[in-house]
Design a protein around this ligand. Sequence first.
Ligand SMILES: O=C(O)CCC(=O)C(=O)O
Ligand SMILES: [Fe+2]
Length: 271
Amino acid sequence: MRFKLTDHHVHDFNLQGFTVFRGLLPPALVRDLRREADKARILARKVNGPQAQRLQPLSAYDIDLRPFQDYRDLPELREALAVLFNGLDWSVPALEDRKFNLGILVEPGEQPWCTPWHRDWRDHVPASVRGFVEQNLFDRRLFLQVNCALYADESLWVVPGSHLRLDLPSEIAAFPTQPPQKPELDGLGNEEREAACLAYCKRMPGGVPLHLQAGDYAIYRDVLWHLGNYVPYRRRATLHDLLETPEYAAFRDKVEDLRQATHRPEAAVAS
Ligand SMILES: O=C(O)CCC(=O)C(=O)O
Ligand SMILES: [Fe+2]
């Protein structure tokens, strides 16, 4: 059945920071996308090694972009986003636009691993830029990220509702450093690594895995607490996309300016 947005999606997105359009992709499109994703997995490992997490942007590689354009053009997706982001100046960036654009997330080839718990941007910028990110954390025109699963995928863990607030005392107690430290995996066998990652995921108060089935489309505010938890035996090919707004583009430019300013030698002398 064709996907249709309901009030629950809007409610969930605003209050939890994510919502899932279940079964958005028609099976024939899943098939076409999986075919290209198989190529992307090989390329990702060639470029970034056997533990590669992603290939991005797809447009930089020898991948047939047509099925990806079909995904972005799905009328039921466009209609749903128009309602979800009613009043917001959003757009889907062109596939050829190479910056921050469509990628595919894949499972590791050899060993389990997970990312640290993090809020995108806040925990990925130098300390000198963090204040600027925090000032903008609650702007609903920013941080609109997508995971669209071609196979069942439970890699992404989230803390629902954490996009509406700064860190809670219990979260800081569980992860005292900023950004949080990753789990210690060195020297462990695969089963021990998997168990250590799972324990690390569960250490975050309120953290839950987001269960996606093939064809499900999750949209989330990526400044909510989240992480990716990966095992080599669970095949993964999940489209990783974003929605663009003029404000998000301006935000990224400003972050880049601030980063550059931090790295200029005279800035180092002045500080
Ligand atoms: O694998 C995922 O779904 C999330 C990855 C992630 O959060 C990141 O790389 O920042
Ligand atoms: Fe992230």
